[in-house]
Design a binder for this molecule. Structure first.
Ligand SMILES: [Zn+2]
Length: 288
């Protein structure tokens, strides 16, 4: 047997081993400076919107320092680089509703978001973070790829396994998120599992806690780097799901990509690392 056996691992696009994404809830006017700052630092994310809570036109702030925005304004704001996802048409706690009512709210929200964006929406975040197996199953049967909860793992070192009970890395209100970001940008030891730093929260928390500076520091730390893939939630999970569909022969000498996505592999033999892209609908000979 060879001293340095060949190992074939999935990589992110470009052969990268780190990804960063964000997930922000409740579509409101604090998303305007948030999106601006995200674009400034070249990061991407997902916005979880309640289509039935959007006013027909802008309303003045009441007691809260933020206000929901009309759906058309949110869609313009998020543009084509950010993802829009379901968060409950009227922000109910899905697992407290009778099941048919939860189904209705989920599908009504998705239908409204799809009609107004013209896009197929397959991501969600649980309103109030609360869920049970029935709601997760409703989402699965309805074709959702992932749904985010509110607890966090506190780690970016393991990819989430249960996407319908998805946990982020950290929330912006957690004082540890900057320290985690600083660790995250340190060199990745080649061959370790893929890393995913997943930050979530509500943009109005930056107003309520006067913490826009902390966010800017975090985005300046993780943003604009060549070794990090910046993507929305659905881009990351669609990519990882597609990577699992690659077909290999028993000798691991050939690979066929039946998907519509270019999938990257890192092939290591000791210190030697080779990154290859497997194009959609193509079969490749794998390097020895
Ligand atoms: Zn919410």
């Amino acid at each position: 047997m060879s001293v340095n056996p060949r190992k074939i691992y999935t990589a992110y696009p470009g052969g990268l081993e780190k990804a960063f994404t964000m997930s922000y809830d409740d579509g409101n006017d604090c998303d305007i400076p948030l999106v601006e700052m995200m674009r400034k630092y070249g990061v991407k994310g997902t916005f979880n919107v309640n289509s039935g809570c959007c006013p027909p036109e802008r309303l003045p702030h009441g007691k809260k320092p933020w206000a929901r925005l009309p759906l058309s304004e949110l869609i313009d704001l998020y543009g084509d680089d950010m993802e829009i996802a379901v968060h409950g048409r009227i922000h109910p706690t899905w697992d407290r509703l009778p099941s048919p009512n939860a189904m209705q709210d989920i599908l009504d929200d998705r239908r409204e978001l799809e009609r107004t964006t013209g896009k197929i929406i397959r991501g969600a975040a649980y309103p109030n973070g609360s869920y049970n197996d029935d709601v997760a199953e409703i989402l699965r049967l309805a074709g959702f790829v992932y749904c985010r909860t509110t607890p966090c793992t506190g780690s970016y070192k393991h990819l989430p396994q249960d996407l319908l009970r998805l946990q982020g890395t950290t929330r912006n209100t957690d004082p540890r998120c900057q320290a985690l970001a600083e660790e995250f940008v340190k060199p990745h030891t080649p061959g370790r599992p893929l890393w995913l730093y997943y930050l979530w929260g509500h943009s109005y928390e930056f107003v309520e806690n006067d913490s826009w500076d902390s966010l800017e520091k975090l985005l300046a730390t993780v943003g604009g780097r060549e070794d990090i893939w910046y993507a929305t939630n659905i881009e990351i999970f669609d990519y990882l799901n597609a990577s699992r569909l690659l077909r290999y022969d028993i000798d691991m000498s050939r690979v066929y990509n039946p998907t519509d996505t270019e999938i990257w592999l890192r092939i290591t033999r000791g210190e030697d690392v080779q990154c290859i892209a497997v194009p959609p609908a193509e079969e490749l000979q794998l390097p020895e």
